[in-house]
Design a binder for this molecule. Structure first.
Ligand SMILES: [Zn+2]
Length: 183
């Protein structure tokens, strides 16, 4: 499903929503259209440009910590598709979500308790803690910052988003880890 970048009234990137949600915001005049494709969406008696970037009409106060959904893909992106135990760099089929404190020992699936691991390290660590497995992490896992999340959504991100996300051009996918650790 394609995504639409939502900017705050101040033009700062705020979130990423579905095309459907973006259209609702536009129709309710809660947002204005900034970027669209040539394509048009036809629904019943409506014909609308296919939105890429919208801007909220009213300013939304941004919470200091925005919620970043934890998915396997977001985790792999946070960890730069690199095993946090041995440094192996692979694709999504070669990497797994490892629980630092294993689930069997009460570990939760939270940003600060998961790390990207290759299959070998994942099975070597198994249900053990770091100490028990005598393994170390490349860095302490933490929740990624919001801007990073926008970048993590890259698969559905459109090039034009880069105009509104100042760092996106320099970030690119391979170095996204540097963004995440910021701030
Ligand atoms: Zn590994």
């Amino acid at each position: 499903m394609a995504s639409v970048l939502v900017l705050n009234a101040t033009y700062e990137p705020l979130s990423v929503v579905s095309v459907r949600r973006a259209i609702v915001l536009l129709l309710k005049e809660k947002a204005e259209l900034l970027e669209a494709t040539e394509e048009r969406i036809r629904a019943s008696n409506l014909s609308l440009p296919y939105p890429l970037v919208i801007r909220l009409v009213y300013y939304v106060r941004v919470p200091r910590r925005m919620f970043v959904p934890l998915t396997r893909r977001a985790l792999l992106a946070r960890d730069n598709y690199t095993c946090q135990y041995c440094g192996f760099s692979g694709n999504s089929s070669e990497l797994t979500m490892d629980h630092v404190l294993p689930k069997v020992q009460g570990g939760k699936t939270t940003w600060d308790n998961v790390a990207c691991a290759c299959r070998a390290c994942n099975s070597r660590k198994g249900g053990k803690t770091l100490q028990e497995a005598r393994m170390t992490l490349a860095r302490k896992p933490a929740r990624p910052q919001f801007l990073a999340f926008v970048v993590l959504s890259n698969a559905s991100a459109h090039e034009v988003w880069g105009k509104y996300i100042p760092d996106m051009g320099q970030i690119g996918a391979p170095t996204s880890a540097s963004v995440i650790s910021r701030g």
